[in-house]
Design a protein around this ligand. Structure first.
Ligand SMILES: C[S@@+](CC[C@H](N)C(=O)[O-])C[C@H]1O[C@@H](n2cnc3c(N)ncnc32)[C@H](O)[C@@H]1O
Length: 252
């Protein structure tokens, strides 16, 4: 009896290349020890690590995650994001990034996109997920946000009992800031860098200076905490800065 297998005339189809998974991974606000175990594992195992960087080639997220990255990552995909309020420029950068990421995912590589803080809390990952989720499987790993880290570093309760809590941005108009400061027990103001002088004025006008704290680069070696905002210079500051205003954290 022949040992040979019969020659089949049926053309064999090659298995379709499985697409990679697109992960949005929160790396926390600054201290590498605030990465979750899951974030650490995914970063260490990633084929491709993607992150935003500024014009100086600096990425806060990549710096925070540096110790978790393996030396054998296939590709580090740095995405330049202009620090500009022009949404057309940002959208063009996200379109380009989505294109570069999708090439990797189609080649079957998993892509881990590093997000400072939490990926879905004012996170750039949301813009990429909106562009990629139709074609690719996306997963999100939450991270500790700058708000939680700021509360912990300044030992300020964020909210207790029936207190109300609002998050604003320094990009809100001064009257919106004043209204929120008047209405809510706790107000966190993110993106406080350029708007610092206006925010300080709004805190004074709303009578909330005594329960406000200012924090920049929380968890980084250059962290700065100003407990009494009356001591804070009324000039523009770094992008990674915020105000935490809390009635239950008011100083005596
Ligand atoms: C685009 S939002 C990103 C928020 C981030 N996804 C999070 O969960 O905290 C950027 C703003 O978050 C705040 N921020 C983020 N990290 C910070 C840090 N380490 N120290 C102080 N503020 C920070 C700043 O107000 C900054 O302008």
């Amino acid at each position: 009896m022949s040992e040979h297998l019969p020659v089949t005339q049926t053309p064999t189809l090659l298995p379709a290349q499985a697409k990679g998974i697109f992960y949005g991974v929160g790396v926390g606000p600054g201290d590498p020890e605030l990465l979750t175990l899951k974030a650490h594992r995914l970063i260490a195992q990633a084929d491709v690590i993607a992150f935003l960087e500024n014009a100086d080639g600096h990425s806060q997220a990549a710096e925070i995650a540096a110790a978790s990255m393996s030396a054998s990552i296939a590709l580090r995909l740095a995405i330049y994001m202009p620090m500009n309020r022009d949404r057309a420029l940002a959208n063009a950068a996200y379109d380009d990034a989505a294109q570069r990421i999708s090439e990797q995912l189609r080649a079957g590589r998993n892509v881990v996109f590093l997000c400072e803080g939490d990926p879905l809390f004012f996170g750039s990952f949301a813009y990429l997920m909106a562009r990629l989720a139709e074609e690719f499987h996306c997963e999100v790993v939450p991270g500790i946000s700058s708000i939680n880290a700021a509360a912990a570093r300044s030992k300020t309760p964020l909210a207790m009992l029936a207190e109300s809590f609002a998050v604003l941005s320094g990009r809100h108009a001064p009257d919106e800031l004043r209204a929120a400061l008047g209405r809510h027990d706790t107000v966190v103001i993110l993106k406080a860098g350029q708007a610092r002088p206006q925010i300080l004025a709004a805190l004074s006008e709303a009578g909330r200076q005594a329960d406000a704290r200012y924090l920049e680069f929380v968890g980084r070696p250059n962290e700065r905490i100003v407990e009494d905002v009356r001591q804070l210079e009324a000039v523009q500051g770094p992008y990674f800065s915020l105000f935490l205003v809390s009635r239950s954290g008011a100083r005596a």
